[in-house]
Design a protein around this ligand. Structure first.
Ligand code: F6R
Length: 262
């Protein structure tokens, strides 16, 4: 079973992620971080930037791989995931931009870009810790319901719901949200050594309950995390509100030896 940590607020979640990743970078200066976009991970990146500063960590060798990118959106577009990762991760943490990769959404090379990306992750030694958000429909990366649990990085078609959800980044106009993307597959994500999924707010409660306590199914991509040997869900009270075993998860976490970390 995945570990479920129910936190008071987003700051507590961000701090847990940041401490774990900062410890990793201390142990392993060439750490490989899996990066997500969207609103959920922002607090985690903010806390990580503080840890890096306060501990004086050398991050010059840290590598990063983003989960996904829109297809056909110029990388210079402010909402391309390349731009978002640069703004929210590379610059605040002081990472070397040449060590941070985002899937190539250019239409001319999209047919081979997925396999190239998975190869690049392998050549870097695999992802040490992958941060994830979850869609209201249970998607991770841009693996919408129905995605193969064994999938590699590839082109996908966004659901209309995801385009509606993401319209807030495009002046509220869903017609500006691309219809296609390139995303790490669920099989790719599952190869990361540690998965940390963050979810906040009531609108994520159904997705969290289905992911943690529902059946493992392609209909809920995040349910694949149940099969991962080291997966951690960090959720606030609202996102945890539909979990049947919430009290048990609290009890387990309260009694967890500190040395285990997350
Ligand atoms: C983004 C990504 C998506 C988001 C998900 C939740 O790289 O992979 O799966 O994590 O759509 O988005 P937010 O965090 O904006 O609710």
């Amino acid at each position: 079973m995945a570990e479920v940590i129910i936190v008071k607020n987003q700051d507590e979640a961000g701090a847990l992620y940041a401490k774990s990743v900062a410890d990793l970078i201390e142990r392993k200066p060439f750490a490989v971080l899996g990066l997500a976009t969207g609103s959920t991970p922002l607090v985690a990146y903010e806390h990580l930037a503080l840890e890096v500063r306060d501990r004086g960590l050398d991050v010059s060798h840290v590598r990063g791989f983003a989960l996904d990118e829109y297809a056909g959106l110029p990388v210079e577009h402010p909402e391309s995931y390349r731009s978002v990762i640069t703004r929210t991760v590379v610059e605040p943490l002081g990472l070397d931009p040449k060590h941070v990769h985002v899937p190539n959404g250019a239409l001319e090379t999209i047919a081979t870009a997925g396999a190239d990306y998975d190869r690049a992750i392998e050549e870097a030694g695999g992802i040490d810790v992958q941060i994830l958000g979850v869609g209201t429909d249970g998607h991770i990366g841009f693996n919408e319901p129905g995605s193969s649990l064994a999938s590699g990085t590839r082109i996908k078609t966004l659901t209309q719901q995801t385009r509606v959800d993401n319209a807030r980044f495009f002046d509220g106009d869903m017609n500006q949200v691309p219809t296609h993307c390139i995303t790490q597959g669920i099989g790719t994500i599952m190869k990361a050594r540690h998965l940390v999924l963050l979810a906040f707010g009531e609108n994520k409660a159904d997705a969290v309950a289905a992911s943690v306590e529902g059946g493992v199914s392609a209909m809920c991509p995040a349910s694949a995390l149940q099969l991962h040997p080291h997966a951690t869900f960090i959720v606030d009270e609202a996102a945890a509100s539909k979990l049947k075993l919430a009290d048990y998860y609290r009890w387990v976490y309260e009694n967890k030896p500190a040395w285990q970390g997350i």
